[in-house]
Design a binder for this molecule. Structure first.
Ligand code: ROI
Length: 166
């Protein structure tokens, strides 16, 4: 029997050391992770920081097909983050690259290292709007339609840039 392929959505964010470059490079690197294929990526968005005052972020969302388990995928994402991370992580502070596992098929994961769907997903315009570009009809494993969430979250402070893949 062949290994099942799952579709995962990854949120990307950066606000340090040429954020646009951090995010476009990371998209390419996601495609090169073992047992992963980049299916499609949203546009890049410039977004005002949520949390303490700091530079604007560049955000995007990517759809991956993977045969990795959620925790194996998390390990790969954290390694990739480490390769970009020349600056120490401060809680809610600026970062060179953040990769969040937002969704993994229809699965819900509640593990000390990982919660899927990502617990902040429903509140963050810089996640919801790029995700809606890729999957406007999506319903979360919780039964909530993405369209219903969008209706509650303003796009203020979010500005789409040119296509993320040149
Ligand atoms: N704010 C924005 N706009 N985008 C992010 O990716 C982001 N990531 C963070 C915090 C500091 C919460 N704020 C953010 O980790």
């Amino acid at each position: 029997m062949s290994t099942p392929v799952h579709r995962a959505y990854i949120g990307l964010g950066s606000n340090l050391e040429n954020p646009r470059n951090q995010v476009t490079t990371a998209l390419d690197e996601l495609n090169q992770l073992p047992h992963c294929r980049l299916v499609v990526a949203s546009k890049l968005y410039q977004s005002e920081p949520l949390g303490p005052l700091q530079p604007d972020f560049i955000n995007a969302v990517a759809a991956l097909e993977t045969t990795l388990s959620p925790l194996e995928l998390l390990d790969q994402l954290q390694e990739l983050e480490q390769r970009h991370q020349r600056v120490r992580h401060e809680h809610w502070g600026p970062r060179t690259l953040d990769l969040d596992l937002l969704l993994y098929g229809d699965r819900r994961v509640d593990h000390p290292r990982l919660q899927v769907p990502h617990p902040e997903l429903t509140k963050r315009n810089f996640v919801l709007y790029p995700l809606a570009e890729l999957a406007p009809e999506l319903t979360l494993p919780t039964g909530i339609a993405l369209a219903a969430l969008l209706a509650q979250v303003s796009p203020d402070g979010l500005r789409p840039l040119a296509s993320s893949i040149s």
